[in-house]
Design a protein around this ligand. Sequence first.
Ligand code: GLN
Length: 303
Amino acid sequence: MAAKYAVERAREREERGVVATYIYELAKADPQKAGIAITLANGKTICAGDCNDGVTIQSVSKIFTLALALGAQGDRLWTRVGREPSGSSFDSILQLEHENGIPRNPFVNAGAIVVTDAILSNYRPKEALGELVQFVRSLADDDEIIIDKLVAQSEAETGHRNRALANYLASHGNLRNSVEMTLGVYFHQCALSMSCVQLSRAGRFLAFGGATGAGGRKIVSERRARRIAAIMLTCGHYDGSGEFAYRVGIPAKSGVSGMILAVVPGIASIAVWSPGLDTRGNSLVGTGMLEDVVDQLNWSVFA
Ligand code: GLN
């Protein structure tokens, strides 16, 4: 009911935001599209609207790489990247310069590039990507999830700013692998293609104390799941994180394709998609859909 209602309201909205134009594949997205999927602790997924369209998840991938890097390196990762909200845009270089090459958090681009570099300490690029795809497939219980190679290629062709960030990190000794190798993996992780249904299932472990559901498989410890969710709440929407916490009140991570993964601890994992973005690069209609759902169901982490 709530999912259907959120999509109906989403379809009626006049203001739809602006789709990302830096690559052709995102620029051609239809801003009228709107989808939602809600996965509950019992494993049931409720969905509405364009919830089966495959979309590259972009920066939502930063959640999955963070979980992998923490699994590989534990707390050592935090010597190379912070855990504070940035208050600046996702691809800002200014702050990185001020703070001597230590990114504010793992969800701004610079931080995510460090996280990807950390994963590469244990793997070669192809293996690292194989590991990531396997991880996401197993989280979602869905072997159909793939990387959209065309999008990855476009990301590489237009990734000048990410290259600048990576070079800056390297100049501060905060990149262990080469810029091109690290970015090659980063561009491919952004191009992981998933539907709202698949994404809401892949996000379950963050909603259910590190497990895939009530009595489900344990993916990470309860403590780690809580901590990743805490960073989602404080940093998941870049310089729009405070506004998102105020309006929606649950941990969430956005991507420039208009995807958002949100979790209601103990209750649900929610993925929404609508391609039009607000001025901070977060889905405008997607945020509205989440706001409608939490209002309807009285969901919040603030009791
Ligand atoms: N591919 C995008 C980039 O690196 C991801 C950013 C985002 O989703 N905000 O620029």
